[in-house]
Write a protein of this length. Structure first.
Length: 235
């Protein structure tokens, strides 16, 4: 696991400095995984109290493993490291490493606003909902993104400090929409950021599957048992 500066392999050179998100970043991360955690706990409770058939148990356990991996990927300790030759970011397994001599520029956004903000208007609710998150990119030749730091995990102050350690100059945007950033810097923004509905739909589908399992495991035994009793009684 890549969760601490001491986990950096020696092949990446001498350690210069390590960075961690400030503790308040965990608030956003906990809120993001809370629905998944609650649904997973509900499924485990049903398994314990209902004792469903083995086929249902297997399906639920597979879903629990998927949920646990998703939750851990968001809540795991995040770490960034600068060595004399590389910039590294801890991943779920291992490190994402970029050679410092390949980094030509740094782009830092204090508030990267989602695509939906363009049509949300200027009301107080829209400003609150689409206020944006920070983001940091290290880019190489022709502006190609070499490493990205996600503001849902990393706070703006830490990212600004990190950018200043790697390149002498940084392009800074106080606030910009993701579509505007993609137009200014070709290839910088990922497909998932430009099409957030895909990820939202995937999360919604997973939540519906969890809810369906809860309903099936909670109701099916009683309904099936009642039907079976009526059938036997008729015979």
């Amino acid at each position: 696991m890549a969760e601490n500066v001491r986990d950096v392999p020696a092949k990446y050179g001498r350690l210069e400095e390590g960075f961690y998100p400030r503790i308040h970043s965990y608030g956003r991360r906990i809120l993001a995984v809370l629905p998944t955690v609650l649904l997973a706990v509900a499924l485990l409770a049903i398994l314990y109290f209902k004792r469903p058939a083995a086929a249902f148990v297997i399906v639920v356990l597979v879903m629990e493993v998927v949920a646990a991996a998703a939750v851990y990927s968001i809540l795991k300790p995040a770490v960034a490291v600068i060595t004399e030759t590389h910039v590294l970011r801890g991943r779920l397994f291992g490190w994402k490493a970029v050679a410092r001599d390949s980094i030509e520029h740094t782009i830092f956004v204090e508030r990267l606003r989602p695509k939906a903000a363009l049509s949300a208007g200027d009301g107080a609710w829209a400003r609150l909902r689409y206020r944006g998150i920070p983001g940091l990119w290290f880019t190489g030749p022709k502006g190609k993104s070499l490493m990205r730091f996600d503001g849902r995990v990393w706070d703006a102050k830490t990212l600004r400090a990190l950018s200043g350690k790697v390149t002498p100059q940084t392009t800074v945007y106080s606030s910009i929409n993701v579509t505007e950033l993609a137009a200014k810097h070709k290839g910088l923004v990922s497909w998932h950021e430009l099409h957030p509905a895909f990820r939202s739909t995937l999360i919604a589908v997973m939540g519906l599957v969890f809810l369906a399992l809860i309903v099936v495991l909670g109701v099916w035994p009683e309904v099936f048992g009642a039907s079976e009793g009526l059938t036997h009684g008729a015979g």
